[in-house]
Ligand binder design. Sequence first.
Ligand code: ACK
Length: 447
Amino acid sequence: MSPCTYPSFPRLFHALYDFTARCSEELSVTRGDRLYALKEEGDYIFARRLSSPPSTGLVPINYVAKATPEMLSDQPWYFCEINRTQAQQLLLSPANAPGAFLIRPSESSLGDYSLSVRAQAKVCHYRISTAPGGSLYLQEGRLFPSLQSLLTYYKANWKLIQNPLLQPCVPQRPPAQDKWERPRSEFVLGKKLGEGYFGQVWEGLWRGSVPVAVKTIKSANMKMADLAKEIEALKTLRHERLIRLYAVCSDGEPVYIVTELMCKGSLQSYLGSPEGQALSLPLLLSFACQVAEGMGYLEERRVVHRDLAARNVLVGHDLTCKVADFGLARLLKDDVYSPSSGFKIPVKWTAPEAANYRVFTQKSDIWSFGILLYEIFTYGQCPYEGMSNQETLQRISRELPCPAACPAEVYTLMLRCWKDSPEERPTFAMLWEKLGTMHRHLHLALL
Ligand code: ACK
């Protein structure tokens, strides 16, 4: 299935962790249970459990994930955002016993998988390769149509790999979500992922096992008085097309903003990578569609992003993408994120009324989305290449030319995003609908 999804509620979810009801309104679930969400209620979904015995009640939203039956992420043994070291740490944690196993994407061989199995005090890793016809194999000559069938075989014939596959690895539960402020000691920073406008981004581990991204920001650059209020607002924004905020550490320097980790990094760098450069048109459209979906959610809640660009969209293992850094611009002191400071404001992505008069609205986000579409269909090219910010602002028309890979219908949408008059620009709901239709048509045409 393509990572592009369309609106529908109620929705199918599955439980990521065991949850025990604490009152009669809540519903106990076991990891893997399938749930039908009837509505969202703040930090909970009101859901019907489809596994027996069927029952309804509230389940914390951070204990569930949307289920897409065809996707691997639905399987309790599949851990898509985890590397070899993290798999090792998780399997050796007290939550897991010998025989615990998981499958994750291979780090060294793109498109392949690795099976990690706990054997007493150590973890063994096995490469699962893909044969030319698409079948999977762990040992030459033993081919399987799916990871599920491969696992079924090696569970029954575990002597072939000398380690029994007894139960799927138990993931680390997220800590209670009412405690957003966390002690710094809970996070160990690993590799530096890069520098953003406002600080550095690090790969990290939360409590030794949850992979996270940690954004470090100097408090001198931040409106600290507003932090608690803003975080309160940000934590209510939950959508599968938005990066999940996990925690903050605002006690001391630098401030940590902790979010989910996305293994393929930003859409901008992904589009420029060899893998990104080979993407087909349906996938480019799927990215555009997913971003419009996430932004549509922000639009409904009247949240203005202010810095929508491919560098602030992140890509996961299964090519899902999520909008990041929404609301962050508002947390930064005006002189850090201000048109008058010149160099900080991303002029090339900013609507004229926002760049000139600081009028940031949902319609200025729409302008930026048009530029993001340009980035997508040029495979990550910088808009107004070779021009300075000043030159860009002074252009009579800020329209960009139609990229070679861009369908005419998409270019028409771009031009509508760049209407001088903000009211004439479309909404994200409409863009999502239009891009979704184009994506479906293209998909059908290619079948
Ligand atoms: O293009 P990248 O590899 O992806 O480099 C940038 C860098 O940090 C500065 O923004 C990466 N980055 C930011 N947030 C995350 C995240 N949540 N997961 C993974 N990478 C991230 C981004």
